[in-house]
Design a protein around this ligand. Structure first.
Ligand code: SF4
Ligand code: SF4
Ligand code: SF4
Length: 319
């Protein structure tokens, strides 16, 4: 990030009034970044912001309710903050938002698929165009475009949509809503049988670890989640594909009109199940029926939290 020192200076000024500021810092190897909780002046020096800073830090906000929290956000993360504000899961006066214009983050799955074993990373250098990774003595030069997260290639909101402090220049984008749903349109062209077979195949690989749920900033029931509740016992604990699929259906329904497509669920999945595609399907329907996109307006209410039989905003389709 070109203006990292400016961002640090903004945080330095605000920190005395805050309990914590959440950003990113170096991780266990040079190819990863990790969430960073800044409480003291010296913590600020360790802040980093680059294409490795993928975590959506808004996930931590509901758990810090009642504290004065600063948070560093990319465009997509800022939409999660907006969504949490809409649902009164956090209070605006408790959150100080440090936004910036984002040029995209890497997809570690893509990197792994190119360089193979990422167990012994010795170095990683980033430029605007390239990621150079040294692993087990071998140097891999990867075009950034090749390993950029898919969501970034069609990003419509690279700049924080809401912020108290904005660092650097705004990033321009020409992406449209349709651009972000091309993969879904290809999937929708399949027959119902093909679609169902695809998801059963993917869900069969699910190990029911709930990392997708835990990484989701909008998934806030946690201990009361229907997937684990025993009283009432909504869903069997069996490792059967039927139950794994049902869990994803419930997750997607709970996120309908609330999911900002940050992609954290898919990124967290240890077996690389492409669950974002499923979430996008529901969002596309919400856009079509209600002309609504999550996480843009703190004053708005997600359509399915206001739904009435005679819905004023509903746009009838040609049924
Ligand atoms: S989706 Fe947009 S804001 Fe989010 S990481 Fe990618 S480019 Fe940045
Ligand atoms: S369901 Fe996935 S993409 Fe949607 S908000 Fe949650 S983590 Fe982000
Ligand atoms: S993260 Fe992946 S493996 Fe774990 S429950 Fe979710 S879909 Fe299944």
């Amino acid at each position: 990030m070109k203006n990292l020192e400016d961002l640090k200076e903004q945080i330095r000024k605000a920190l005395p009034e805050l309990d914590v500021v959440i950003g990113w810092t170096d991780s266990f190897d040079p190819l990863h970044a990790t969430p960073h909780f800044m409480r003291k002046e010296e913590d600020i020096d360790k802040l980093k912001v680059d294409a490795l800073c993928v975590h959506n830090l808004a996930t931590y906000l509901p758990g810090l309710k009642g504290k004065k929290v600063g948070i560093v956000v990319k465009g997509c993360d800022s939409r999660s903050v907006v969504e949490l504000l809409q649902e009164n899961l956090i209070k605006r006066e408790d959150v100080t938002i440090f936004g910036f214009g984002c040029n995209g983050v890497v997809d570690q799955t893509k990197i792994r698929s190119i360089i193979g074993d990422v167990g012994n990373i010795e170095a990683c250098e980033l430029t605007d165009k390239e990621v150079t990774v040294t692993a087990s003595g071998e140097v891999h030069k990867l075009a950034l475009d090749e390993v950029l997260s898919d969501k970034c290639k069609t990003c419509r909101y690279p700049n924080a949509v809401l912020s108290d402090h904005f660092t650097g220049e705004e990033v321009a984008t020409t992406a449209t809503f349709e651009d972000g749903y091309k993969d879904l349109e290809e999937f929708e062209a399949k027959s119902t049988e093909e679609k169902f077979a695809y998801w059963l195949g993917e869900m069969d690989r699910c190990i029911r670890c709930y990392a997708c749920r835990n990484a989701c900033p909008m998934c806030v029931c946690r201990d009361h989640c229907v997937a684990q509740s025993r009283d009432p016992h909504w869903l069997s604990q069996e490792a059967h594909v039927r139950d794994k699929w049902m869990f994803q259906v419930i997750h997607a329904y709970h996120l309908t009109g609330r999911c900002t497509e940050c992609g954290e669920c898919q990124r967290a999945c240890p077996v690389d199940i492409p669950i974002l595609l499923f979430k996008k399907k529901f969002n596309k329907e919400i856009k079509e029926v209600f002309n609504y996109e999550a996480g843009l307006d703190p004053e708005a209410t997600p359509p399915l939290l206001t739904f009435k039989n005679e819905e004023a905003k509903i746009k009838e389709r040609d049924w």
